[in-house]
Design a protein around this ligand. Structure first.
Ligand code: ATP
Length: 521
């Protein structure tokens, strides 16, 4: 019998000295990253640190200026996404790329139907393989189900199935849990663990430190384009990771003094709102928000929160009911009228509502005010005033951009969000509507926005906060309303709220859940 000296297996993926420069910024500065077979490797970094750039290089979407990529120890040049896929690399995107009207199988096959062989694609065989993969990784899914009928958690699994169908060995997941509930997150984690156990390598990008600590085997932290440290979860904690990422100590919870609620700023009475398909998804809501208080709306995504918010900011006409702002009926008013009445809005989907990506940063900062003084004189734009105000906001909100004239689309996701927040927070307000305001933001930026939200409250603004992050709701809210199937099923005091009781209400809508003491709506 011969005894072989076991040399450690080559890393599945090695990125060496990767450097990528964009005008005015070094997005990746000699980054080294090594991912072993069967490893879940978390990539952590503040907004604009360079995570997406590094993964775009891996996927062939961007070319590095320097450095090399090795797969199983062999240097490769990745020329584009189809080349990356052929080499076993797949991306599960943050903004899902699925086509809603197509079935699961059709989505998985999209792109497989090459021009060379459109006819011979064996659909039955494809169906069989999809079912088999689902069984193997314990997430069986009906291949004929239409994607639009699936929850976001299941859509995510379809994305993962698509990667597995293409025989990916290296999967990159960019903030996969941003839109998932805690249960869905656990389910996805179970899938990832099974993938890793079968030898797949996973690169996991997230801003949620507790998740990274739970799921990762190793963590690489980058800051301003450079690797600043590498950790294993058992030897670190959230505070350590936050400090490594941001380069200073971060307060993960903000101090919040007592609120001093004054007169009712927003009154919602008997509000009913339908969704795009005409079903009533807000079903008779009564709620007051006072000047100087933060009212948090807790609820599992998809319980009518989006439509409620859209009605409040004039994007959706209510079917019935009344909205009054400081005593004035504003039901059915346009977004611009509401904006002028002192209502600001930070949307969950910044690409749809918040930003114009082909415009530059300064234009985006005046999107809702460009026609007013000091940004306009008569019909003339006052470019100097726009530029000065933009520079101030960029500095105040720590927006990482080489210039206020950089095109919005070149900013990192988190910094795009900060532009929306900077614009909406930057004036006197009567009502501030925040919908998932910190989604995709790093811990330092979350701390900052939470502080600014409390400062707005203390300056007398009424704040309505919608968030799928129960921790964020608990952290900020003076009162918490729980929304379930289009109704408010409980309103409770924020500072004394019990997390488990609220979680139970969110999940079941049970009106008489133990431990919930109601306060006036
Ligand atoms: P986030 O957590 O906010 O998504 P990130 O770590 O993914 O951030 P990247 O998107 O990689 O950050 O951005 C890194 C830097 O590179 C940023 O300063 C960004 O503005 C810049 N950048 C990225 N893509 C481009 C581009 N196509 N043109 C110019 N600059 C770019």
């Amino acid at each position: 019998m011969t005894i072989e000296t076991a040399s450690p297996p080559a890393p599945a993926l090695e990125m060496r000295g990767i450097t990528k420069r964009y005008p005015g910024v070094v997005a990746n500065d000699h980054i080294d990253l090594e991912v072993r077979p069967g490893e879940i490797h978390a990539l952590l970094g503040e907004n604009g640190a360079g995570k997406t750039t590094l993964m775009n290089i891996l996927y062939g979407l961007a070319r590095p200026d320097e450095g090399e990529i090795l797969l199983d120890g062999r240097p490769v040049t990745i020329t584009g996404p189809s080349d990356a896929i052929a080499r076993g690399i797949s991306m599960v995107h943050q903004h899902f790329m699925l086509v809603p009207v197509l079935s699961v199988a059709e989505n998985i096959l999209l792109g497989e139907e090459t021009m060379a062989n459109p006819v011979f694609l064996d659909r039955r065989e494809a169906r069989r393989r999809i079912l088999e993969l689902g069984r193997r990784f314990h997430f069986e899914i009906e291949p004929d189900a239409r994607v639009s009928t699936l929850s976001v958690g299941w859509q995510q699994r379809v994305e993962i199935l698509k990667a597995l169908y293409r025989q990916a060995r290296i999967l990159v997941l960019d903030e996969p849990t941003a839109v998932l509930t805690p249960q869905e997150t656990e389910e996805i984690f179970a899938v990832l663990r099974r993938l890793a156990a079968e030898g797949h390598s996973i690169v996991f990008i997230s801003h949620k430190l507790y998740e990274v600590l739970e799921i990762a085997d190793r963590i690489t932290v980058i800051r301003r384009g450079r690797v600043v440290g590498s950790r294993i979860p058992s030897e670190t904690n959230e505070d350590d990771l936050a400090e490594l990422m941001v380069g200073r100590e971060v307060q993960l919870t903000v101090d919040r003094g007592a609120s001093h609620p004054a007169e009712v700023a927003l009154r919602i009475e008997g509000l009913r709102v339908a969704d795009d398909r005409g079903s009533e998804v807000v079903r008779g809501i009564d709620l007051d928000v006072r000047a100087g208080e933060i009212l948090g709306i807790a609820g599992v995504a998809g319980n009518g929160q989006d439509e409620l918010v859209e009605a409040l900011i004039g994007l959706r006409r209510p079917a019935a009911g009344r909205i009054t702002l400081a005593g004035h009926d504003v039901t059915g008013h346009s977004p611009r009228q509401l904006n002028e009445a002192g209502v600001a809005f930070v949307p969950a989907d910044r690409h749809r509502f918040g930003l114009v990506l082909p415009f530059d940063v300064s234009d985006n900062l005046v999107l809702t005010s460009y026609y007013r003084s000091p940004f306009a004189r008569g019909i003339l734009r006052n470019d100097a005033a726009i530029e000065t105000a933009a520079k101030e906001t960029v500095a105040a909100f720590d927006i990482r951009t080489p210039s206020v004239h950089a095109q919005m689309s070149t900013l990192s996701g988190g910094n795009q969000q900060k532009v929306v927040v900077g614009r909406e927070f930057g004036r006197d307000l009567r009502l501030l509507v925040l919908d998932q305001p910190t989604r995709g933001l790093d811990v330092g930026s979350i701390e900052f926005i939470h502080r600014r939200t409390i400062a707005k409250r203390d300056a007398g603004t009424a704040v309505l906060l919608v968030s799928a992050e129960l921790d964020e709701i608990l952290e900020l809210s003076d009162r918490i309303a729980v929304m379930y199937r289009g109704e408010i099923v409980a309103v409770v005091d924020g500072p004394t709220a019990d997390k488990n009781a609220i979680g139970l209400l969110m999940a079941t809508g049970g009106r008489a859940a133990a431990g919930v003491e109601q306060v006036p709506a």
